[in-house]
Design a protein around this ligand. Structure first.
Ligand SMILES: [Zn+2]
Length: 407
């Protein structure tokens, strides 16, 4: 079969599998795997395991043993044998619902509505759908697809992908990693890193009439904030070479005061004020260096007599794989073959699990069904056609990268 014939057969098979892909999406959306707290992780992992078994895919389940009230399970499966290896990676946790009915999936025409339909249970259904397409078409693979299913992505928790990495369960010899996040038709080949802090500034409370007996924590806080704004202007002048729209989004970020709290009433000298600092680093910046820069600044203020402490809310590396890298080019040509249009490559504006694989030297990309704009929102949905197209893209990608006959 020529290339066009192969792609047509994959797309036709994916469309035939649509009832199975949409049914599995609905089943998954019906499980409230909200993170936090992760209460339904066990049920969700069991359904994923059942699906893999029904597909004849052997898999292992790892309980990360994290000291949380609910167990955290990672599933590792394999389709095909030998080398090379590529990873299909997805997360099964979702952000908390805006209303409980988001866990009652609704199929309305060509759309499935519900929490996690776009981010990313529809993506998981498409990714596993790709394996079903390969099985149904009997496409021989000269290698294997590692299937990785993790919790805790939404909170960047240590019990998901970091657990697999630190236990050497991800093979750094893999050719590539693909993750079906809802990327609105584009490919994310890079992501920003993050260092998010909460700064607590302490003063001494006093009644307004006896204000001279107090120390105004708000006044102290404004001095810390002023210095951070100066640093913010400096880092805000740095731009990434990775694509991101609009152009202003290329600049590195230091957001001061996303959340501010303090004081108790107008007639009391505030005894304590807190505010957040959210530093988002570009792939060209170094997390360790940028963290140190922030902590040094806060240390300097502390040495001038301001009583403050710092709490780290989250931290994650940036990453990037050039869009002209060979695996990126293959991904692009597979998307073009299925959808008729070459995708744009852009940097994900937030943290993204591609960073864990990129840190092992594995070219890593996110591409999947659904719109980023609707994820995490009250009206989240995914379209059946997009899931089928993504399944065909992933199937073709496996054939091309693992050099199956006819690819
Ligand atoms: Zn996601």
């Amino acid at each position: 079969m020529d290339k066009i014939g192969v792609v047509e057969a994959l797309v036709a098979t994916a469309l035939e599998l649509e009832p199975s892909i949409t049914a599995f999406t609905q089943k998954m959306v019906g499980i409230a795997s909200e993170n936090p707290p992760g209460k339904a992780y066990g049920e969700c992992a069991a359904v994923l395991g059942q699906e893999l078994r029904s597909m004849g895919i052997a898999h292992r389940v790892f309980d990360s043993g994290a000291p949380t009230p609910y167990p955290r399970y990672c599933l590792l499966g394999e389709y095909g044998t030998g080398s090379p290896l590529i990873y299909f990676h997805g997360h099964y946790d979702v952000v908390p619902a805006c209303s409980p009915d988001q866990f009652t999936p609704r199929l309305d025409g060509r759309k499935i509505w519900g929490r996690g339909s776009a981010d990313m249970k529809g993506g998981l259904a498409a990714m596993l759908g790709a394996i079903k397409v390969l099985q149904a078409t009997g496409a021989p693979l000269g290698g294997r697809v590692g299937i990785v299913l993790v919790p805790d992505e939404e909170t960047a928790g240590p019990a998901g992908t970091p657990y697999l990495i630190s236990n050497r369960l991800i093979d750094r010899a893999a050719l590539g990693m693909f993750m079906p996040e809802c990327t609105s038709g584009i490919v994310w080949n890079a992501n920003r890193g993050a260092i998010s802090l909460r700064v607590r500034v302490r003063g001494k409370p006093a009644h307004v009439g006896l204000h001279f007996q107090g120390v105004n924590a708000f006044e102290k806080m404004t001095e810390v904030a002023r210095r951070l704004f100066v640093l913010g202007r400096e880092v805000g002048a740095r731009q990434t070479a990775y694509s991101i729209t609009p152009a202003a989004a290329r600049n590195s970020i230091l957001l001061v005061g996303g959340r501010v709290e303090g004081g108790t009433n107008f007639n009391l000298v505030p005894g304590e004020c807190t505010f957040t600092v959210d530093r988002r680093i570009n792939p060209e910046e170094d997390l360790t260096k940028e963290r140190q820069r922030l902590l040094d600044l806060l240390d300097q203020v502390r040495r001038t007599g301001t009583d403050l402490d710092v709490e780290t809310l989250q931290e994650g590396e940036s990453s990037g794989t050039p869009e002209h890298q060979p695996v990126a080019a293959t991904l692009s040509s597979c998307i073009e073959a299925v959808t008729g249009r070459a995708p744009a490559f852009e940097m994900c504006p937030g943290l993204c699990e591609i960073r864990y694989y990129a840190s092992l030297g594995i070219p890593a990309f996110a591409y999947g069904p659904g719109l980023l704009d609707v994820s995490h929102g009250p009206a989240e949905y995914v379209e059946a056609d997009e899931m089928c197209r993504a399944a065909a893209v992933y199937a073709f990608l496996a054939m091309r990268l693992l050099r199956g006959a006819g690819a």
